[in-house]
Design a protein around this ligand. Structure first.
Ligand code: HEC
Length: 104
């Protein structure tokens, strides 16, 4: 196979492996700010500033995967309720790390 083809394959592979997306970017892409705000940006009825003090990483992950049972547990009754987010694991982890870094 000519070298150029191998090179192109390698580049395609690198791109498809994905340059990791940052937590704030994932937050934006999933439109979390329709219901939540960080630093005053977004829907201030659902402020997430300080959420890293409130929950550990497992609980934050749980909010993304199963918000219905987390809302029950914390007696959150704001409407509309949060729906589950099924993110690829690396994105979920970046987002959880980001949320966890929001401390007051
Ligand atoms: C349709 C509205 C809606 C969307 C979209 C939404 N949420 Fe929520 N979320 C809620 C509601 C309602 C609660 C319950 C607590 C409250 O009243 O803020 C909640 C709670 C949370 C909590 C716990 C907050 C606390 O103080 O107890 C976290 C963390 C959270 N959401 C993160 C996210 C992230 C990250 C996204 C985007 C991936 C997202 N949410 C998208 C409505 C939403």
């Amino acid at each position: 196979m000519p070298t150029i083809v191998i090179l192109l394959l390698a580049i395609t592979l690198m791109i498809s492996q994905g340059i990791p997306i940052s937590g704030p970017e994932i937050f934006k892409q999933n439109k979390c700010s329709v219901c939540h705000s960080i630093d005053g940006k977004g829907n201030t009825k659902g402020q997430l500033d300080g959420v890293g003090n409130k929950y550990d990483q497992d609980e934050l992950r749980q909010w993304l995967r199963d918000p219905i049972s987390m809302a029950e547990k914390t007696k959150a009754d704001r409407k509309p309720p949060m729906k589950p987010f099924e993110l690829p694991e690396d994105q979920e982890t970046s987002l959880v790390n980001y949320l966890s870094s929001l401390r007051k």
